[in-house]
Design a protein around this ligand. Structure first.
Ligand code: NDP
Length: 350
């Protein structure tokens, strides 16, 4: 297995993490903050979630170079009550804020049965499952929501107001990896639209509209001032609304439509908020909980469900751990481009 890009198609997880970390450090991130973000980018490649892997690296760099996001800032964690942690990300990345609050949140949930983490003034540009899966590995049920800049027309609406607002849920399992789902409120994530655009593929019908609100299957037209549609019509809209309330109104962050990144050329991340709820099932259902989870999954399996959410990712992860990550040509070219000694223009501060 090659440990460098350009030789074999495969690269080790460690080598890719180190390469991505170096690129981020070269674009105004501290090594500590850069490594946290690199781990989420590489985790997406490892788990076959390519929409939020290397494809996104240029977007992080664009936001860093423009001064829209702060890569060096340290978040401020506020221990507010027995079960509430607030974090001011100070215009930094949400994952850095969550990492700073994680141990405190776990200790509160362990003691009180539940804990809420409210992150404000933060940028999230990644998949959400890396934020919740580790908590379930420690026995917690974890639910998180992030609002993003407005990219979606609410059901019945005429223009975009809501973000594609993802939700991720993780549930611990007995002797098995946690069951995790992670999904956008839109019928397709923005990252998948970008993947279609980069590959020159058309979108399926019913994904989005152009800037005049007319249906389009051209991803470039959608990205050029158009918008995505919510999944399952009014139901997806309601979920996106709830995410906007919990991740933005509750935490003290911007709504998606309050995005001002337009004055920072190249900025691609959203300055928004994140909501996280941790539950220790031992305080509620006691030891019966894990048996009840397995009972439900067995019943679903017996009824014909051939895979649970997260199973695909775990299979990809096992393969990547054995063989390394197989990057596509675009990703290899993107890493080469971003490693190629680019300098940062002086960014405006937010
Ligand atoms: P997908 O539609 O690809 O998948 C959604 C969920 O459904 C996953 O948990 C997936 O599990 C599960 N799933 C898919 N097919 C099946 C099946 N046949 N049986 C059982 N479960 C299944 O995700 P989205 O396109 O909605 O979102 C992609 C990513 O975009 C997410 O990671 C999300 O966090 C991210 N995102 C991030 C935003 C941000 O601002 N940071 C904004 C919006 C989205 P599995 O993983 O195993 O396939």
């Amino acid at each position: 297995m090659s440990s460098t890009l350009g030789g074999s198609d495969f690269i080790s997880i460690e080598a890719l993490t180190s390469q991505v970390t170096d690129i981020l450090v070269a674009h105004r991130m501290t090594p500590q903050n850069a490594q946290i973000i690199a781990l989420t980018i590489v985790a997406a490649e490892v788990d076959g979630s390519r929409s939020h892997g290397i494809q996104r690296l240029g977007g992080y760099i664009g936001s860093l170079n423009s001064g829209w996001v702060d890569g060096v800032v340290a978040p401020v964690v506020e221990d507010c009550s027995a079960s509430l942690v607030k974090v001011d990300a100070r215009n930094g990345f949400a994952q850095v804020a969550l990492a700073a609050a994680s141990e405190l949140a776990k200790s509160k949930a362990r003691r009180e049965g539940l804990a809420m983490v409210a992150i404000r003034d933060s940028h999230h540009f990644a998949s959400l499952w890396p934020d919740v899966e580790p908590f379930s590995q420690h026995g917690f049920i974890a639910l998180t929501m992030v609002n993003s800049r407005s990219r979606m027309v609410a059901w019945g609406g005429k223009r975009k107001v809501l973000g594609t607002n993802p939700i991720a849920f993780a549930c611990p399992r007995k002797g098995r990896p946690p069951l995790v789902f992670d999904q956008a409120s839109s019928v397709m994530s923005q990252g998948d639209v970008l993947l279609h655009a980069s590959r020159g593929d058309k979108l399926p019908n019913g994904i989005g509209v152009d800037k005049d609100g007319e249906p389009t299957v051209d991803p470039r037209v959608l990205l050029d001032g158009g918008a995505l549609l919510p999944y399952s019509g009014a139901k997806g809209s309601s979920i996106a609304f709830m995410v906007e309330i919990l991740a933005a109104a509750l935490t003290g962050s911007r709504f998606g439509f309050e995005d001002t990144s337009g004055v920072f050329p190249g900025a691609q991340t959203s300055n928004a908020g994140q909501f996280l709820l941790l539950i220790d099932p031992n305080h509620v259902a006691g030891e019966a909980f894990s048996d009840r989870v397995e009972q439900l999954i067995s019943e679903l399996t017996a009824a014909g469900t051939d895979r649970m959410p997260g199973d695909r990712r775990y299979q990809c992860r096992a393969a990547a751990r054995s063989n390394g990550i197989q990057l596509d040509e675009r990703s290899i070219a993107e890493i080469a481009r971003l490693s190629n000694g680019q300098t940062c223009p002086e960014g405006k501060s937010k």
